[in-house]
Each structure stands twice: as structure tokens, then as C-alpha cells.
Design a protein around this ligand. Sequence first.
Ligand code: HEM
Length: 193
Amino acid sequence: MSSLYTYFENLFKEVYTLPSIIVTVSIAVFIAYLQELKDEREREQKKKEDNASNEHDDKESEESEKQEGSEDPAPKRKAFALPSTPLPPPNTTRIFMSDELAEHDGTQEDKGIYVAIKGIVFDVSTKKEMYGPKGGYHCFAGKDASKALGMSSLNVEDCVADYSGLNEKEKKTLDDWFSFFEKRYPIVGKTEA
Ligand code: HEM
């Protein structure tokens, strides 16, 4: 009697549990497969987005950015983007005395904001949010800030024209900033020699 019971019990287990295990495992595998597909798609999407933003930040692609944003009347410039319109020819005939340059620190609404590098005065008025009184780079405004730019310093006492104390690496940094400004901001004059 007991062997008959065991026989039926085993038969029941086989019939009942095996298919249910198979079904459960199949569902789990299917869900995992769907999840993997979804992850794969998200990874590809992210890769595409990263590539797109890298292209913008890449200095090599700066030239192509000139062509962008022509339909938007006031396109928001991306960080480090080049101006969408060509710069006016440089004016190097106007000579700024330091007190005159200081008037262009953004505190006077009717005057442009100027930053000088290596004696060349750039009009950075388009970036008031950066060089104006509330800007993080206001310390450079209205003066020749060559030394600070070379040192990557925001200390007011470093914002001076004399950069003779910079080492080679800092001089290279300064030259890089000069080219950065040269490509982005109109040259409006020179500082007194
Ligand atoms: C935690 C440190 C810093 C961060 C996160 C930072 C971030 C940035 C960002 C995002 C921009 C681009 C903004 C834009 O074009 O809209 C920028 C521009 C700039 N940064 Fe910094 N910066 C830092 C420190 C410094 C320091 C120490 C200097 C000192 C030389 C400096 C000098 C500049 C200058 C001159 C620009 C160019 C602004 C322009 O005319 O477009 N930055 N920075």
C-alpha cells in the first residue's frame, strides 16, 4: 500500500513540478533577455549622446560650430563655443592707460567689459555673466590679467600684467588663453607699453 502511495506521489511530483519548473525558468530567462535588450539599447543611446557632446567640446571641431545655430535668433552658446558671427577686424591703434581700462570692469552699465592679455585688450561684454560684477571671472575685468591666466589663478593679487615670473608651462597656459580670447572676442586696443 505504502509503495503504491509512493509511486503515485512520485508520479504527481514529476508531472506537476517538472513542467512548472520549466515554465518558471523559461519566463525568468525571457525576462532577463528583455532586460538585456533594454540595457543594450540604453547603452547605445548614451554612447550616441556622449559622442554628440564630445564633438561640441572638442576644440578640433570648433570650426564646424561656426555654422550652427543660424536659425535661432539668440542661440545659447555652449561652453567654449566660438561666436556664430565673424569678429570685427582688430583695433590695435587705441591705447588704454590702466585707469581707463579699469573703467571697463563691468561696473558701469554704459561701458563695455574689457580684459587684457599680454597687452592686448579684448571686449568680453558678450559674457557679462562671467566677467561682470556677479561673474566668477570678474577679477580679470578692467585689467591685464596675464599672470593670473598663466597661473590658472582667480586671486585678485595675481591679476597683473607682469607675467615675467611664469614658468614655461604657465607661459604656455597663458598663450593658450590668448588664442582662446583671440578667437572669441573683438580686439579693441592695446595697453600702454
Ligand atoms: C573648479 C574650477 C573651475 C571650473 C569648474 C571652471 C569651469 C569653467 C567653465 C564651465 C567654463 C566655460 C563657461 C562658458 O563658456 O560658458 C570656464 C571658462 C573659463 N574659465 Fe574656468 N573653471 C574653473 C577654474 C578656473 C580658473 C582657476 C581660472 C583661472 C584662470 C579659470 C578661467 C576661465 C576662463 C578665462 C574661462 C573663459 C570664459 C570665457 O570667456 O568664455 N577657470 N570655466
